[in-house]
Ligand binder design. Structure first.
Ligand code: TXA
Ligand code: MG
Length: 330
């Protein structure tokens, strides 16, 4: 097959969902992309050292090549195979949070293909905690790049069905590892003047990072194109306009058109809609994070012209929930 660029690279497959890790690994060795489960969201995996496979990831997602990919490894000891000059603080974070929903931006080793890092000086590295992801990486025998397995600007998938809805026919295999337990992308940490900086809030709560590296800062505005090019407002866009608010009833009162509500913990009384979702009946931010993307997928399938989402408490996973909802609101 001749590989051109852009959409021309999207091969037509009959997409199968299954639990055959060996088969999934075989596809990866042959240079295909497949969907893999992680504890955060499903990833669109490919051989990190095969530039053609990496190019296929960008084409399959319709993602611009200027937005780099995270490299996934099974064992923390392998970090030295992809990164160099790893600081003591970086190692401390790995000790505490790897495997888990933490991505570190580290000085790259020269043999990482430019397509993976979009030519940037650092490589993003993560060690997924999901046993199926670890088994797949080991069976494939290579580091895997894996952006979230959604089409560019669409909602990230947390179940095989979400992946199929967006990538049916574009990949040969979806490795089924069940619903993601964290439900939000990893927290991305890099270093500036040797100080750790958070570039993307995510499934690893800031409080947990703060306990290990007191005083850790958020990057300015969290939207710095040069450092983390994917962090712009178009991400996480539902197909129906979304309003994020502390006062659902007040926003609902202004609407003439049908709407759906994504509540944090309770159904609201007195609203003029049959469509109300609840992220966490327990009022628990981890449970809400786990349910967030499924709720957005569900809401955008409803016959409404507006989604009203309620602001989550700004603690634990709540910060990342509000970050994703405010991006969805743009
Ligand atoms: O939880 C996750 O991180 C999921 C799962 C599948 O592991 N992956 C994920 O990948 O969210 P993606 O591509 O959707 O988001 C990765 C973010 C992007 O905003 C990208 O710009 C940034 O990480 N990034 C990746 N490599 C980078 C690099 N070398 N320098 C700066 N930013 C980078
Ligand atoms: Mg993504």
């Amino acid at each position: 097959m001749a590989y051109l660029c852009g959409r021309n690279m999207i091969a037509q497959y009959h997409t199968i969902t299954g639990t055959d890790t060996a088969r999934a690994a075989q596809y990866l060795r042959e240079g295909h992309c497949i969907a893999m489960p992680t504890e955060t969201v499903y990833g669109l995996a490919a051989d990190a050292f095969n530039p053609e496979a990496v190019a296929r990831v960008f084409a399959t997602k319709e993602r611009p090549a200027t937005n780099p990919l995270i490299v996934h490894l099974a064992d923390v000891a392998q970090v030295d195979e992809v990164a160099t000059g790893i600081s003591d603080t970086a190692r401390l974070l790995l000790q505490h949070f790897a495997p888990g929903p933490l991505t570190l931006l580290l000085p790259r080793k020269a043999h990482i293909p430019d397509a993976v890092t979009s030519g940037l000086p650092r490589v993003a590295v993560r060690f997924p905690a999901h046993p199926v992801a670890q088994a797949l990486i080991r069976a494939a025998g290579m580091p895997l790049v894996a952006p979230s397995a959604n089409r560019y600007t669409r909602i990230s998938p947390t179940t095989p069905a979400h992946v199929l809805a967006q990538l049916d026919g574009r990949i040969p295999y979806i490795l089924d590892g069940g619903a993601c337990t964290a439900g939000l992308e990893s927290t991305i940490v890099g270093f500036e003047n040797n100080q750790p900086v958070v570039y993307r809030v995510g499934a690893l709560p800031l409080e947990a990072l703060e306990a290990v590296v007191p005083g850790i800062q958020l990057a300015n505005g969290l939207h710095r194109p040069v450092v983390a090019p994917g962090m712009h407002h178009l991400h996480y866009a539902p197909r129906i306009p979304l309003t994020l608010t502390n006062d659902v009833a007040a926003v609902a009162a202004t609407l003439q058109e049908p709407y759906a509500v994504i509540n944090f913990s309770e159904i609201k009384q007195g609203l003029n809609t049959p469509y109300q979702l609840v992220l966490s009946p327990q009022g628990d931010t981890a449970e809400a994070a786990r349910n967030l993307y499924a709720a957005l997928h569900q809401a955008e399938a409803l016959p409404v012209s507006r989604i009203i989402a309620e602001v989550a408490p700004e603690k634990g996973e709540g910060c990342a929930i509000n970050d994703r909802l405010s991006r969805a609101a743009h």
